[in-house]
Every structure is written in C-alpha cells, then in structure tokens.
Write a protein that binds this ligand. Structure first.
Ligand code: SAM
Length: 252
C-alpha cells in the first residue's frame, strides 16, 4: 500500500524518458552494470546499494532481472524519493540521506553489499568530497564487491572529439525539446509542480538543494581511476564507455 496517491509506473516512465533525452545510451550503461552484478554474485541473491537512486530506475532493473535481489535506495530529493517509495516493493528499502557528508553511512540499514551502483549523480559533489566518498563506499562493500559509477567522464585521450560528440548530442536533444518529442529537465519539474501529490514536495526540494549553485565536476576518466586506487580498491577500470560518459568500477 503506497502512502502516495500517484501512478508510480507513469511517473517512472516519465522520468526515464526525460533522462534518456540526456543519455540516449542510458539503458546500455544499466545493462553493463547488471551484467557486472551477475558476474560478481552469479545472480544469486544480490544485495545492491542504489546510491543517489532517484526514482528507483536502477533498483527496478535489478529487481526485475534478479527477482531474489534486495536493494537499498538512498537519495535526498523528496520528490524522487516519493516516486521511488511508490514504485518499489518490499524487496527494497528506501532511505533519505545526504551524500555531502560522511553521515550517510549511518542511515544504511545494512552493510556488506555485493554492489554499489550509481548513475548520473556524483558530478554534483566537489572532487575532494567525491574522492572521500569513494573510500566510504568501499567500507560498505563486502570483500570482492564492486562499486560502479556511471557519469559524465570524458576520455582523456579524446578531448577534441569528446567536445564534438557532446555538441552533436546537445543539438539532437535541443531539436527533440523544440519538437515536443520529450520534456526537458526544467519542463519536467514544471510538470511535477502541477501534480496535486508531488507538487507540494517541490518546495521541500528547493530547500534541500538551496546551497547548490549549478557547479558540476566532470573530470576525465583517469581522475576517477586514480581516486579509486587511492581509496584502496584492488582492481579499477571501465565496464562501459559511451561518447562522453563512462562507468568506472572498483573492486574491494
Ligand atoms: C540525475 S538523477 C539520477 C538518478 C538515478 N540514479 C537515475 O539514473 O535515474 C541524480 C540524483 O542524485 C541525487 N542527489 C544529488 N545530490 C545528492 C546528495 N547530496 N545526496 C543524495 N542524493 C543526491 C538527486 O536527488 C537525484 O536523484
């Protein structure tokens, strides 16, 4: 029984469409994540932490592919958490916590995860905080468990080409917004604000992110690999690479 009077599946689909407009290869990175979880656990009872999990896109895919899985979704956005709580069943635990401080670890109901999965989220953190977070995540993984962070991470060797691929993606996206094919990020939030259930949570969201000034940290992939090594992961590398995004992995 959901405490939120919303059509969870419809909002989930709406979020996914809006995110896919940013990342046409979003499903590819999710598939690579799930393949890695399968390799690490044999698909048996995976225990996954969906970090900055938003509406639950990753948790839902984990639970669909591995019906015996258990996931913990952590986020701080009251709107996206409401959609996540309405979408996920009792195989998932949803917690509200802030990754800007190390206290998020105390909000977890359990540790020793097989995998910590996160996508398109950690670029909001300053780099010194992200480096520290990589270490904190390692502490909640079981030995042999994996962190996978999929985010905007250009290839160090292709600065000019990465720029051109980014320009091409942006032009394609703007054309789709202009044609009304899909909602942009601000248009999606305007849409949420009009919903009788989710709308009142938008003001709380503004308070949560009041000190965010739009700064993003998107260092190249080598920065992430170095930070993971320094955080103590025994193997580090890429499990997926797109035009300007990649999924880095660290094995505890
Ligand atoms: C673009 S969304 C991606 C959500 C989800 N991973 C997905 O791929 O659909 C970025 C997420 O990061 C979360 N986030 C941003 N800053 C955060 C923080 N300080 N603590 C926890 N979550 C945060 C946002 O609330 C949002 O859910």
């Amino acid at each position: 029984m959901t405490p939120y009077n919303i059509d969870a599946a419809a909002w989930q689909e709406s979020w996914d469409r809006q995110q896919e407009a940013f990342m046409p290869d979003r499903e590819e990175r999710f598939s690579a994540m799930l393949d890695t979880v399968h390799a690490v656990t044999g698909g048996e009872w995976p225990r996954v932490l969906d970090l900055a999990g938003g509406t639950g896109s990753i948790s839902l895919r984990v639970l669909r592919r591995f019906p015996q899985a258990r996931t913990t979704l952590l986020d701080i956005d009251p709107v996206l958490l409401a959609i996540a709580r309405a979408s996920l069943d009792d195989r998932a635990v949803v917690v509200s916590a802030d990754l800007r401080t190390p206290d998020w670890v105390d909000a977890l109901p359990e540790r020793d995860f097989d995998a910590v999965l996160t996508a398109t989220a950690l670029h909001w953190l300053p780099l010194d905080r992200l480096a520290a977070l990589y270490g904190e995540i390692r502490q909640v993984l079981r030995p042999g468990g994996v962190l996978i962070n999929a985010d905007h991470m250009p290839d160090d060797g292709l600065p000019g080409l990465s720029q051109k691929m980014g320009d091409r993606e942006r032009a394609r996206r703007e054309a789709r917004y202009a044609a009304g094919a899909v909602l942009s990020w601000p248009a999606w939030w305007d849409h949420v604000a009009k919903d009788p259930t989710l709308g009142p949570l938008v003001e709380r969201r503004r308070e949560v992110f009041a000190d965010r000034h739009g700064d993003e940290s998107t260092p190249p992939v080598s920065w992430h690999l170095d930070a993971l090594r320094r955080a103590g992961y025994v193997e580090v590398g890429l499990i997926w690479r797109g035009a300007r995004d990649a999924a880095v992995t660290g094995v505890r």
